[in-house]
Unconditional design. Structure first.
Length: 271
């Protein structure tokens, strides 16, 4: 019988088990990490020169070239005012570098010269335009003075005087010259209170309002079409007073005088 097979001399025996970790690491490709070379002095100088030239070119383009200069001013959002009026009041520095235009100064100039402007957003529109986005004040009440009418907005600000009263805007009558309320609250706050009363009125009533009269902060009344009057009191509890007034007008259609100054105890008279 043949004996067990023996390996020839000089031959390596095949591994009977998995390769060792040393053998695996030896079979892997090894990456040789090359040292990073720092930029040479000459390269640094070139980079620095290019950066300076680029910055100088940017400054020249913004301030000295004709590429980015103000050539047009555009106004939007106007109603009573015209775009031409707004542009003229802005008095923007035409042909100046667009980047140098003081947008805050334009805004302040517009609000000072045109009191009808409530807000204005001034924006650069590259490469040649300034845009003026205007929001106008709208009248809530009118004050008659010397045959003309001063418009009062929702903040109680008198912002413009017109020769003809706009349709549908009630009059405001201030009879507070001897009232302590004038010294305590001031005319602006009293006008604002009157505006709030007018705006708190029920929609079915608002179209019939002819006048809002202020005698003091706590004595505001409303005159309606047909000679009807409403004692409102102060501007407090406006929503509740509006509901009570709407119910009284519906229940007492022939009444002439309504008192909702104390909404929990309203009264009517003059039927």
């Amino acid at each position: 019988m043949a004996g067990p097979t023996t390996a020839r001399r000089g031959e390596k025996k095949s591994p009977s088990g998995p390769p060792s970790s040393e053998e695996v690491r030896g079979r892997r490709l090894r990456w040789v990490r090359l040292p990073r070379r720092a930029p040479s002095r000459r390269g640094l100088i070139i980079i620095l020169v290019l950066a300076v030239l680029l910055g100088a070119f940017g400054v020249w383009a913004l301030y000295a070239s004709d590429w980015l200069r103000l050539e047009r001013v555009r106004a939007t959002g106007t109603d009573v005012l015209t775009p031409r009026e707004v542009v003229a009041a802005a008095h923007a520095p035409m042909n100046a570098p667009l980047v140098s235009v003081d947008t805050d100064a334009l805004e302040h100039r517009l609000r000072a010269r045109l009191s009808r402007i409530k807000t204005v957003d001034v924006e650069r529109s590259w490469p040649h335009t300034i845009s003026l986005k205007v929001t106008e004040r709208t009248p809530e009440l009118l004050m008659q003075t010397g045959g003309k009418f001063a418009e009062v907005d929702a903040e109680g600000v008198r912002f413009a005087t017109v020769a003809t009263a706009p349709k549908g805007i009630p009059l405001l009558e201030m009879s507070v010259s001897d009232s302590p309320s004038l010294r305590r609250f001031g005319p602006d706050r009293l006008r604002r209170a009157a505006v709030e009363v007018a705006r708190d009125l029920p929609p079915v009533v608002r179209k019939d309002v002819r006048k809002v009269r202020v005698r003091s902060y706590d004595a505001i009344s409303v005159e309606l079409a047909g000679g009807r009057t409403v004692a409102w009191g102060s501007r407090e509890q406006g929503a509740e007073k509006a509901k009570v007034l709407a119910a009284l007008l519906k229940a007492a259609r022939t009444a002439r005088h309504f008192d909702v100054s104390v909404p929990s105890a309203p009264a009517v008279s003059g039927s």
